[in-house]
Design a protein around this ligand. Sequence first.
Ligand code: MG
Length: 376
Amino acid sequence: MTTAAIIVAAGRGQRAGGRVPKQWRALAGRRVADWTIEKFRGRVDHIVLVLSEEDQGAWDEFSGTDLILTQGGSDRSGSVRNGLSALDAFAVQKVLIHDVARPCVSTQIIEQVLDALETQQAAAPGLAVTDALWTADGTVVTGTQDRTGLFAAQTPQGFHYDAIVAAHAAHPGGAPDDVEVARAAGLEVAIVPGDADNIKITRPEDFSRAERILGTDMDVRLGNGYDVHRFGDGDHVILCGVKVPHDRGLQGHSDADVGMHAVTDAIYGALAQGDIGQHFPPSDPQWKGAASQIFLRHAVELAGHMGYRISNVDCTLVCEHPKIGPHAPAMREEMARIMGLRADQVSVKATTSERLGFTGRSEGIASLATACLVKP
Ligand code: MG
């Protein structure tokens, strides 16, 4: 069963204030759209991002990624139709249509909607209205509206792909959401339980509310790594991706980058995905002399596929010589480059072991690392 999500991100979001559309505004350290996209990564097979032609920066940024990009239409329905067309060649059976301005959507809701499509023609989250509802003339109450049977509509709204494509093709336009389009085509739409935290960012004050919600349900993971390589003949060592001249070299199956190995293992550790030796067996000749950035890149990509981003890494090198301090800035830059992070997210520091033990006797270099991974 092939699944997809269409994230509609072409709107201009005037009511939320700010100089840029709300989906590109910062929210808890990322942008609204980044949070929303992340919620669907790993939960559907394909993600379509519908973008305005005015958001050139986003086109540049996301092209060549795992996202399918397509241009927005003249209104929301037009954008959804373009999103559906972009999935034409992917043999999708179930499609979720989601507003980019709902970054707090839970994975539980996404799964409930997908599950409901096993037995239903369409499904969408709805929240039973619990507040009393008034009618008013300006700011004066003129009556009370019966709330029985009223639900607040949320997204993602889920459909069988062929059915919603046909429903959109037949609809005259102007529908506020895709449930209405589906109903107009005679489809029955089941309500799955919505979530009060699945707010749509609409007004300026919604940003701080969304930040509070996102801050409470993050999955934060730590991992540690430890590695040792012994000295042998040579005229340099590779530490954290940087070639450092030395009167000895480090021995190992790969390039023996002890610092990068510890960081790589820390990331695997945070993901509970074993260690370097498991992913790149030393018995396999293809890794002989390999550049360790192959291992680090693999760990970073695995984190991304599992929905985690790396918040920071901290690496300590333990040796008497060579002196690390002069090279530490270059090591941080190089590790950040390989991991796609900023240098201020990467720490490389060093200590001696007071001439004690194997590192003190300069028999080899040890390294310890910690990685912090975050899943929204
Ligand atoms: Mg190693």
